[in-house]
Design a protein around this ligand. Sequence first.
Ligand code: PLP
Length: 418
Amino acid sequence: VSTAPVRPSRAIDQGLRERARRVIPNGMYGHLNTSRFADDYPQFLARGEGARVWDVDGREFIDLMCTFGPILLGHAHPEVDAAAAATAARGDVLNCPGPEMVELAEVLVQEVEHADWAMFAKNGSDVTNLSVVVARAHTRRRKVLMARGSYHGIGAWALPPESPGTTIEDHANTVFFGYNDLDSVEAAVLDAGEDDVAAVVCTPHRHDVFIDQEPVDPAFARGVREICDRLGAMLIIDDVRCGARIDLRGGWAAVGVKPDLSAWSKSLANGYPLAGLLGTAPLGEAAAAVTATGSFWYAAAPMAAALTTIRLLKEGDGIGRMRASGIRLQEGLRAQAQAHDMAVRVTGPPQMPLMLFADDPEFARSLAWSGACAAHGVYLHPVHNWFLGTAHDEATIDEVLERTDAAFDVVRERFGTG
Ligand SMILES: Cc1ncc(COP(=O)(O)O)c(C=O)c1O
């Protein structure tokens, strides 16, 4: 296998960027703007299949981002697509939900340990926002405690206070603590007022952008549960990024802690737009009472896709296979870095790995390495965790590692060892 990057024409991508600059804010807004990365990243992709994506100029990449999470079984999965298409052919968005909604709620209540009921929406933010609304309706309290640096979507309550377009009032009921720091949760409780805490929101592990991922300390998880019980506050797990990829039973099931509410989306339906809010029986009344709706929230085809996705994930031990591939990748990267005499930190659950360079305060090495990966046909992110799916088999991981090895060469040439 040649390690020399293939450089076909980028003309179509460049042409689209130029047109986009005229009609799309900043040419592309938000985190999807790839101009912050190395030049070799495409801005526009044309198609995906299995573990690979192709850009509009026909360049092929092994995809380690899986659409930032939604793709769990590989792009364009034939069985999932067929299930969605069959339902869509009968009617996707109708006046009322289809029978798939009941079936999917039954499956999720069966699989997710704490869940007695399910509500559905489209995006992760829909259900993180809804989780807070339900917790407030149930407790009749205002304050929500969340970890500083955690991402819970674009609801103003969850954004950093300095976010453009948000007001002081938007943030008035959010109090921050440090992930895995129980004392800071107690301090946040005092700050919020013991009798005004509606909920504590946590991700299953710490997966903030720009930093190493960190597993939850079981004592922290148990401690947060105890604090919520003491206060009568709701524990919410934001499983939008991890759910189904790491543990279908729910984010803190492995450490024996059950939340009152959990928010799911991303990988539920292998790319079809779907989100779920799951809750325990006592919160059912509040969930029924709040205003929760959206024009497309009841669409049946994504629910059919989810039923097939979850079935296939379970039948094929998808989580176990993703884990094995992730371990192969993580160990391979560590060995490569060592062979190149470079210090890196490879963190995260194997299904959601991230590699950062040890001495890289401005992320220059990460940018160079990820850019070289793109040039060699591996699509990953410089500072956000990556996502594996069941389409990443051993052979694909080995192909990835051949290409990342070449990327280490590029970084060593530019920055030296260390
Ligand atoms: C942990 C977490 N919560 C919530 C969200 C928001 O989900 P969405 O972008 O689908 O609204 C995300 C998205 O990345 C997420 O990772």
